[in-house]
Design a protein around this ligand. Structure first.
Ligand SMILES: [Mg+2]
Length: 179
């Protein structure tokens, strides 16, 4: 991560607090949209890497495209990635074509401000938003702390830095240890 974790975040990491997702699915295509509606969700905040695009690329995973299209018809969608816009230029253009708002780079997960900004962009209260992402310490922790429901997805098959794979193992071990 490119910033200092605040004490509250270290506490979550040590205690496991806020690390458990509301739902855990393989990818966006496995998420039941009826489930979201039943709990009163009206908007979805989407991570980019490993949620929409292959890690470190700008290529949408074709597996999730139909689910993403269906989701956009029923929910207000907002993009929230910690990666810089230059690294996501194609995704940013695509989002702009679709009219999807993007949380500005001044906000970084898991800080609460970005989730509050996502709610503002969606025009919905955080209780009506669901965050979907693959990282426990950014997507899930941040969403849970900010009052959104969180959905953890598994990383797409493909190359990712070894360090990230190790971090992911630690994250998921901590998640599994919570009560
Ligand atoms: Mg991601």
């Amino acid at each position: 991560m490119h910033y200092t974790l605040k004490p509250a975040l270290w506490r979550s990491l040590l205690t496991g607090a806020h690390l458990r997702p509301w739902r855990h699915v393989r990818d966006l295509s496995q998420l039941a949209l009826d489930d979201l509606e039943q709990v009163g969700a009206r908007g979805v905040v989407l991570d980019a890497d490993n949620t929409l695009v292959f890690h470190g690329t700008q290529n949408l995973n074709p597996v999730i495209v139909p689910a993403f299209d269906a989701m956009r018809e029923r929910f207000t969608c907002v993009l929230f990635s910690n990666r810089s816009p230059e690294r996501h230029a194609r995704l940013t253009r695509y989002a702009e074509e679709l009219g999807l708002p993007i949380v500005e780079q001044t906000h970084k997960k898991p800080e609460a401000s970005g989730f509050e900004r996502a709610a503002e962009l969606a025009g919905l209260p955080v209780e009506q938003l669901v965050m979907v992402g693959d990282r426990v310490l950014t997507d899930i922790l941040g969403a849970n702390r900010a009052g959104l429901r969180s959905v953890l997805v598994d990383p797409f098959d493909g190359e990712e830095p070894t360090a990230l794979t190790w971090i992911r193992r630690v994250e998921r071990a901590r998640m599994g240890s919570t009560g």
